[in-house]
Design a protein around this ligand. Structure first.
Ligand SMILES: [Cu+2]
Length: 537
């Protein structure tokens, strides 16, 4: 249905002689639907038609790792948030208005009128999550947030946002993957409450508990043994989601999202997990509004750690581009590059930016402190062992004994797992990427169901660790953090297959055998079909 609307609206635009390229123009801040009270402060000035011009004379600033900050930097960092919190609500740069801006861009505050097949206007909500806008929008959001803090400090030239290095599993203190102490301790500077503290955080975040990038293990009172397991699982999740599950841009950045299409067509691997899981891990499930602040889009940016979390996401975008193998480049479609947003800058002027400006980090005049990305090796397939070793003949037998999905009906599974086979095309398409697409996946449920995928491992179940070499992807768990229904409550899940099979040395079989395992309490999950397709980028 959603695709139909897109195709038809494209056709209507084309008939009328309008260009077919349909990037989103900047939303109108003065025409905001005040859903959930998220509208930004209206703007009385004139917005320049020209795009924002970066200050090229700005000295290069290094965003530091939050766990390595010295006392002087922490004091400055805390002062920046005290000053921001002290701005009046009438100031569009204020603390509350920063959070509202994130909410407005994600919770039906801005709507766009589009033409339907019958030539009538239809209104579609705008949403920067769950698709290809996610990374560039947040890069801009953090940049202007950082410039506002720097201006309040009177320190335009050196202040840079710290990043929360939760993907670093080193056991050596200071811990990178626990909540940084400056955030954890409400009375960090002993005199006043820390401006980096938020009382609405999960008990999981109690220092020195470690982040659980899967939300898979009991989080309170972590034993040393549990922490060792967590480190291994976190490394493995990072490796899988950034290396083998995202060898091409479309899988890493997420699906296209153009004017006329409904939001939520599919998040990239980094956005789904680890990004979504860190949000969920931090938010308080027992708060009056469960999972607020960090676990709910509407409130997430009311926790100062939001910005440190997203600085790490932004850093990982750069790390991904530097990884070997695959085709790891920024997207280049015109509709992507020409998508525009508005932000309040440090002088409270509303400025227009476009995604093409976000791709080169040098434009922003910041870089990141060097930290080890040890998951590239420690979580790799090379460092993992098979959990279901099978000979060539055993795998051929497994293929014969595994049924395909029904071609007629939806397949529903309420148990912990489902196993099916998918035929691989006989002719390989060189230079294109083999991807398994699972269509019309209905992943709804009160507990935000999540799935792990395994290859040639029919007995994989809830207790199967992702450290097994057969693990090849994860989705879901975002029901809470994204806080809205996906279009038709169904999605496509795209899993990089060819790259993983080569990594396993198992590229020779006629079919793949796929096992999907539900995490958490079993819920009713539906899927339509699974097919192997080839993607260009
Ligand atoms: Cu986020």
């Amino acid at each position: 249905m959603m695709m139909l609307v897109v195709i038809m609206s494209l056709a209507v635009f084309a008939c009328k002689g309008l260009v077919q390229a349909l990037p989103f123009p900047a939303p109108n801040f003065n025409n905001c639907n005040n859903y959930q009270g998220c509208c930004p402060v209206p703007y009385n000035g004139t917005i320049s038609e020209k795009l924002y011009v970066f200050d090229r004379k700005l000295p290069l600033r290094t965003r530091p790792a939050a766990h390595l900050l010295d006392d002087a930097y922490i004091a400055k960092y805390q002062r920046a948030y005290r000053l921001l919190r002290a701005l009046p609500d009438s100031d569009p740069r204020s603390w509350k208005n920063q959070a509202k801006l994130h909410c407005a861009y994600c919770n039906a505050a801005f709507n766009f009128d589009v033409l339907t097949s019958s030539g009538r206007n239809s209104t579609m909500r705008f949403e920067v999550h769950f698709g290809w806008m996610f990374l560039p929008w947040h890069r801009f959001f953090l940049y202007f947030h950082e410039r506002i803090l720097a201006k309040l400090l009177g320190d335009d030239d050196t202040f840079a946002l710290p990043f929360w290095n939760w993907d670093n599993q080193s056991p050596d203190p200071p811990l990178a993957n626990a909540i940084p102490l400056a955030f954890a301790n409400p009375m960090y500077d002993k005199k006043v409450q820390s401006s980096l503290y938020d009382e609405r955080r999960s008990r999981c975040t109690k220092w020195p508990n470690l982040v659980d990038l899967q939300n898979a293990l009991e989080c309170a009172n972590q034993t040393l043994e549990l922490q060792t397991t967590l480190r291994q699982w976190n490394n493995r999740l990072m490796y899988t989601q950034l290396v083998t599950a995202a060898p091409i841009s479309r899988l890493f950045f997420g699906e296209s999202y153009k004017l006329g299409s409904a939001p939520g067509r599919g998040a990239g691997t980094l956005e789904v997990s680890p990004h979504g899981n860190v949000h969920l891990w931090t938010g308080n499930p027992n708060a009056t509004i469960p999972f607020s602040d960090m676990g709910i889009l509407q409130y997430a940016a009311l926790d100062p750690i939001f910005y440190a979390h997203h600085a790490n996401i932004d850093r990982l975008w750069e790390v991904w581009k530097s990884l070997p193998g695959g085709n790891r480049k920024d997207l280049s479609q015109a509709d992507y590059l020409n998508t525009q947003f508005l932000f309040y800058d440090e002088n409270a002027a509303l400025v227009k930016v476009q995604i093409s400006q976000a791709l080169n980090i040098n434009n922003f005049r910041y870089n990141y402190e060097g930290v080890p990305n040890s998951w590239i090796h420690e979580g790799s397939d090379a460092a993992s062992a098979p959990c279901f070793p099978a000979s060539t003949s055993e795998i051929n037998e497994m293929i014969l004994n595994t049924p395909p999905l029904s071609t007629k009906n939806f397949t529903t599974f309420a148990n912990s797992s489902i196993t099916f086979r998918v035929r691989r095309p006989v002719e390989k398409q060189l230079h294109r990427q083999e991807v398994l697409v699972i269509r019309s996946l209905k992943l709804e449920g009160p507990n935000g169901p999540a799935l792990n995928a395994f290859l040639y491992f029919p007995t994989a179940n809830l207790t199967t660790p992702i450290t097994c070499i057969e693990f090849f992807g994860k989705t879901g768990g975002f029901g809470v953090v994204f806080g809205f229904d996906l279009p038709d409550s169904k999605m496509e899940w795209r899993l990089a297959l060819g790259y993983k099979l080569q990594s396993l040395g198992m590229d020779q079989f006629s079919h793949v055998v796929v096992t999907l395992v539900q995490l958490g309490l079993p819920q009713i999950i539906q899927l339509k079909n699974a097919q192997i397709v080839y993607f260009d980028e």
